[in-house]
Ligand binder design. Structure first.
Ligand code: GLP
Length: 256
């Protein structure tokens, strides 16, 4: 159990002040996990004990814990209590290199597995037509995959490619880029947009995380050397495991 000086030790829990009480308590628990004061697998004091220690109501404790369970920081096991959830290893992804998922993970020595969720050739949506620059009547090949790394679900990728460049979407094997490379259609340049999102229940279930959890929505438009768009991919990455890292430099002639 917790020593005297540990956040949930015999002494009280001092809240940081400011904002709703449940958010203050939530912050204390987040900080305790981030600082390593409590570690994955550690049990939290009972709702009753935590309420006493923090001098708040049990409703406040329950609300703080519910939010932390939703965010994936805590897990509740029926009949045995609330525990710090296993924290999946964080993956840092450079934003300067045009690489494939397989290459990103291979560079980290991580084993990649993909589950084909859906694939086929069909009429493009207006968005796909726009993004891929498709002429009327041209069909689109779609490939939706759950990407796992080290056995943990990390991302859902929904790729769209003009059907003439990917006539066999079900046969891409483990890597779309490696497959496109065989026909000389691997993208050489891409525009990538990243924005925050909250997972809908279906995607959350696939990524084994609570619905509504924070995630990264990534849209990549990949170009061939000719300038033709080859790939329009929308992906959602678990927000608790993925960091995008960009190296920034002072621009030509810009004053530091
Ligand atoms: C990344 C990109 C996708 C791209 C994929 C290809 O994850 N975000 O836009 O389609 O890599 O990866 P692979 O070649 O492993 O299928």
């Amino acid at each position: 159990m917790f020593a005297q000086n540990e956040p949930f030790g015999p002494g009280g829990v001092s809240l940081p002040q400011g904002g709703p009480l449940y958010l203050q308590l939530k912050r204390v628990i987040e900080d305790a996990v981030a600082s390593g004061a409590i570690r994955p697998g550690d049990a939290l004091p009972s709702e009753r004990d935590l309420a006493l220690k923090a001098a708040v109501s049990r409703v406040t404790v329950r609300k703080a814990v519910q939010h932390l369970v939703r965010d994936g920081l805590l897990v509740q096991r029926h009949g045995s209590g609330t525990f710090v959830a296993p924290q999946p290893a964080r993956v840092e992804q450079s934003l300067s290199q045009l690489t494939s998922f397989t290459e990103d993970m291979a560079r980290r020595g991580m084993e990649v597995r993909s589950v084909l969720l859906d694939s086929g050739i069909s009429h493009p949506s207006p968005e796909e037509t726009m993004a891929l620059g498709l002429s009327p009547g041209v069909r689109v090949a779609r490939v939706a995959r759950l990407r796992l790394c080290g056995g943990n679900p990390l991302a859902i990728e929904r790729a769209a490619v003009s059907a003439d460049l990917l006539p066999d979407p079900a046969d891409i094997g483990s890597s779309l880029y490696a497959h496109l490379e065989k026909s000389g259609h691997r993208p050489v340049r891409a525009i990538q947009r990243i924005r925050a999102t909250n997972l809908d229940p279906a995607d959350a279930a696939l990524l084994e995380i609570a619905p509504g959890s924070a995630a990264l929505h990534i849209e990549r438009v990949g170009y061939l050397a000719s300038g033709r768009v080859v790939e329009f991919t929308r992906s959602v990455y678990r927000g608790d495991t993925y960091d995008f890292v960009a190296e920034l430099r002072v621009g030509e002639g810009a004053q530091p």
